[in-house]
Design a protein around this ligand. Sequence first.
Ligand code: FMN
Length: 330
Amino acid sequence: MLKISNLKLKSNLILAPMAGITDLPFRMLCRKFGAELAFVEMINCRSISHKSRKTRHMLSTLAEDKPLGVQILGCEEKYILKALDVLRTYEFDIMDFNAACPAKKVVRRGEGAALLKEPKKLNKLLKLVVRNSKIPVTVKMRLGWDKDSINAREVALYAQDAGVSGVFIHGRTKIQEYGGNVDYELIAKVKKALSIPVIASGDVFSAKLAKKMLSETNCDALVIARGSFGNPWIFKEIKEFLKTGKVIARPARAKVIKIMLEHLDASIAFYEERNGVILFRKFFGWYTKGIRNIRPLREKSSRAKTREEMVGLIELLRGNLNKWIRNNQQ
Ligand SMILES: Cc1cc2nc3c(=O)[nH]c(=O)nc-3n(C[C@H](O)[C@H](O)[C@H](O)COP(=O)(O)O)c2cc1C
């Protein structure tokens, strides 16, 4: 259904690379609901080259966690080459180069979205990555630095020229970060200009918005990011809606609770109890979005440190809380 160089994907629904989110437990959960391709959390080339325990843990995977991409961040050739050396010992299916991250500490170093200001430098770095990688290379970019310097078409053409096999484009500028509207028209212009697959990102919060992104941009595939928070079944909803035009119901409360418990246990298995519970806290907040009077439980969840405490809070959701509100269907 989607081909990125020699990588054949069964569907065009992709879980976005997200720092602090797309760890092994979350990837496996999203795959269960139909995410076809997933990425590990973005990793800086310097960190990869240092091979720290934390980085190796972030890069760890399972046989079923496939197809899997890695996303690298960097702007210094020396560290990029070192990172590629390390990554060659792993079995990733695709490598994405980040030219989109708007975080201050990233752009200050000339990495991530800062590279949008230097398309020629980006072109050179991408050529280096493509030359030294055995797996398909893609780039993740934004529309430009700010609304007065939109250069997505130019950057994407430079990337294509460098030999990348696909372009991921978040339809916002660096200055917009994650706010304001996604510009479908500009994504469509990039798609029209390129001969390689263009994968669109931005505000895919529902099946209807997924369809809108596909039809307004003519893109080849979709990246789901915040739409998956507390909502990993969004992949199933989108798949079904694109196939039949029907909006399927959100899982019943008992099912959501089961998913939460599975997610919590996977997090504990991956990080051990204390860290697994702490990292699950934010997911508790997302899973319970839209429940009336949830605040006291959320506050308790933000202090939970043991499995027993967190399970106790999840189990309370079976009680007499007011109705779940169907979230995010726009
Ligand atoms: C918490 C968070 C972390 C993110 N981390 C990354 C990242 O590491 N690499 C990346 O390319 N994009 C990252 N993104 C951007 C998403 O991949 C996506 O392009 C963006 O959120 C727009 O999609 P959305 O509007 O559907 O959320 C991140 C987004 C969020 C919300």
